[in-house]
Design a binder for this molecule. Sequence first.
Ligand SMILES: Cc1ncc(COP(=O)(O)O)c(C=O)c1O
Length: 496
Amino acid sequence: MARAAVPVLSSLGPVVLDRDGGEPLHRQLYHALRQAVLDGRLRPGERLPPSRALAADWGLSRNTVVTAYDTLLAEGYVTGRVGAGTYVATSLPDAAPGSLPARDEVRRGIGLSDRGRVLAEAPAIARDRAGRPFALGTPALDVFPFALWAQLLGRCWRQGGRTLATEPDPLGYAPLRAEIAAYLRAVRAVRCEPEQVVIVSGAQQGLALLAQLLLDPGDEAWVEEPGWPGNRAALLGAGARLVPVPVDGEGIDVAVGMARGAGARLALVTPSHQFPLGVTMSLARRLRLLDWAAARDAWIVEDDYDSEFRYAGPPLAALQGLDGAGRVIYVGSFSKVMFPALRLGYVVVPPDLVEPVRAARRHFDGGTSVVPQAALHRFLADGHFASHLRAMRSLYAAKRSAILASIRDAFAGFATAEAGEAGMHVLLRLPPDCPDHALAGRAARIGLTTPALSGYHRDADGIAGNGLLLGFAAHEPAALDRAVRDLARLCVGDRN
Ligand SMILES: Cc1ncc(COP(=O)(O)O)c(C=O)c1O
């Protein structure tokens, strides 16, 4: 096997690229550079050599270098604009804390545990891109009633200060738990009592907490393929062995799951609006999944992260409501309906899990900060939540129609949008001659954030889809239209 150790950027040290290996050279180069950023060998703000120069120095094709740079760019490890050079990002994606010890230090045992390293290196979205079209998961913050929110926070503190300042219940502020239980029963057909509702600091914390409580290291857990990296990270952080289960038009393929990992202890699914494909799990699949869990005493964790935004048909009941065996744990979030920095979500657990969860919360963090919970309680109880939700639903429905029309017009059939009937993003399916990671990278250079669908596939033997995810909630139709047309021009440029 011809291996070439090529000393490059002075700070990078030797990099070994396996020219006869199975992995394409641009992926190897991407991994090497990403690792150097994670290790701190490439420092924030450091300039990468121009792609032409690096290609010449390393004896690579320029395309290889450009594709590697573009993937780093799309994931937020580097920044750059056309003609202005490529620099290591000063604010790295969540997965890449600049202070992470170098990998060989970790290997020597000075630094992180294996699970800690897995967590620290798990991919995540680049949050510094949230302001750009088409950043995912960002709501229309320009229409959130922040003045009212500030009033509620102030009022809760003034009126309840002393009471709210005492030792909190780790399961959350009781009036908020009751309000959420009533909402979930009425709107999502979740079967629950207020005692079963646990307030968490975002759905992500809920997922990590459940993984710690329900899985032993080495236990198998089904994850959707493709799927949300945060879900995988939560399970990996508990030492789980992931069993990737493909998703088709009916949701997770339970038969494949049973063939690959019938003995799994847990399945983590997004039945209402699969992330990232946007499909809704069919009733037949739901029943099959519930049967499997009941027969195996396995847990199903239902991640209902954005189910509030449904634009057609009757409201969809949660999987939890169909469960007669008490195997489904329901997880929801206020990040999309309110705002992401609020960091409030909830978990609905079966009655037997309430006390173990209370104990775990006490040991982990003692519970979630109480004043925002009290303000959120008033926001729900006084009807502001329902009216904000109604307003957002019709605003997003209009933005969704607008972006779909822009896509139809600008792409004229050579790429098509799949939108499902819910959520805050559409999936743009690209033709094979327009690879998504390369296009995402070029889009990043003109100020667009468009995660590549293939980036959400982790299954080595899976067939990665080719597409881009376009969040539409945070931008006006005119801005979305301009951005869609810019993207279409890049895509056409690729194909010519
Ligand atoms: C599929 C999915 N699950 C969970 C989460 C986490 O939500 P939270 O912000 O409440 O932690 C997200 C956030 O975007 C998500 O997309």
